[in-house]
Ligand binder design. Structure first.
Ligand code: FES
Length: 161
């Protein structure tokens, strides 16, 4: 017997998805919002979430998976409570993003793509996050931190428990 979507998605997330789906002429248009709600609650988009979102929006799981893997703001592997996305695109790279990545890795004692031992942070590289004027920059969860210098990183990380 197959699991219903409520097994992978909470009633609250299901309700949000339904509200979102009503905004569009086709239910599939709500797929990014559905993934965003599910990820906000569960931390990442696992296979059960993909299947549940597909069922709720009348899609094939592969169609949901394609969206989840196309946008790098969706995490299809477990991440720390506060994913760090360091922009390593041109503007940030020219203004020292490499040093920021190195300092983060050293401070957290992990490599890019890895999660700190305390489960707080995962370091990820990202393409342009649209804040080139504040290069080099990174996001921590939904927060942007700009004009980074390696020496500033520890005090920034201390804000996140
Ligand atoms: S290049 Fe880094 S935010 Fe645009």
């Amino acid at each position: 017997m197959s699991e219903g979507p409520s097994k992978a998605l909470s009633p609250s997330v299901l309700e949000k998805i339904e509200v979102e789906a009503l905004k569009y002429p086709v239910r599939r248009a709500a797929v990014k919002s559905a993934l965003r709600y599910a990820q906000a609650e569960q931390g990442w988009v696992n296979d059960d979430v993909v299947r549940a979102v597909a069922q709720v929006l009348n899609l094939e799981p592969i169609e949901v998976f394609e969206v989840a893997t196309f946008y790098d703001m969706f995490y299809t592997q477990p991440v720390g409570r506060h994913p760090i996305r360091v922009c390593t695109n041109v503007s940030c790279l020219l203004r020292g993003a490499g040093g920021v990545v190195d300092a983060l890795c050293k401070t957290l004692a992990v490599g890019v793509g890895e999660t700190s031992a305390d489960g707080r942070f995962t370091i990820l590289e990202a393409e342009c996050l649209g804040a080139c004027g504040g290069a080099p920059m990174m996001s921590v969860g939904n927060d942007y931190h700009e004009n980074l210098e390696p020496e500033k990183l520890e005090s920034i990380l201390e804000q996140y428990k």
